[in-house]
Design a protein around this ligand. Sequence first.
Ligand SMILES: Cc1cc2nc3c(=O)[nH]c(=O)nc-3n(C[C@H](O)[C@H](O)[C@H](O)COP(=O)(O)O)c2cc1C
Length: 194
Amino acid sequence: MTSTLIQKETPTDFDIHPLIKERWSPRSFSPKKVSRSAVNQLLEAMRWAPSAMNEQPWEVLAAQKGTKSHDTLAKTLAPGNQPWAPDAPVLLLVMARTTYSNGAPNHSALYDLGLAVGNLSVEATHLGLSLHQMGGFDRTMARESFNLRENLQPVVMIAVGYRDSHESLPEDLQQRELAPRKRKKIEEFAIVDF
Ligand SMILES: Cc1cc2nc3c(=O)[nH]c(=O)nc-3n(C[C@H](O)[C@H](O)[C@H](O)COP(=O)(O)O)c2cc1C
């Protein structure tokens, strides 16, 4: 039996780049492995993000399925993410280094990390990979499991892989996979005095 991948519609009001338009966050991942070179390209994209004082305050643990780190990361996931995210061939734990090299607090660290993940996201789409970012995980468990330094803040986990058919998901998640994409209108978040 062949199953087709759903094509999500992105109802933009204005033209945007296909790499932004085509990205969305699936829950169904194929068992197809993500190559080490693709992971290198994702991390390279993060590397070239801008950051305050060029501090680059992001640190990443990238774990391939079948490794102890992947198993450990999967155990930290919140119940809502447990039924699907452990199947992703790669899990990333993305952490912010919250202090500058001189020990002063870095108030831009989370902002900079978001920019780096934005770069990673564009590169992933370019490579035909999908991402699903998750705030739903136990940060204390992640911190203890990997014995993280005090100034490393676990921020987000990211499932990475190739999309699979929504039919491989449990029924309730299939509905979420098929749901139309929604966004606020520009007028709801921007005042344009032009
Ligand atoms: C920081 C962050 C945390 C998120 N946490 C979760 C999560 O724990 N579980 C989940 O299913 N989706 C999570 N998402 C995915 C969002 O729900 C999703 O990006 C949003 O609904 C927009 O959908 P789209 O990415 O398909 O455009 C998260 C996204 C971000 C950026």
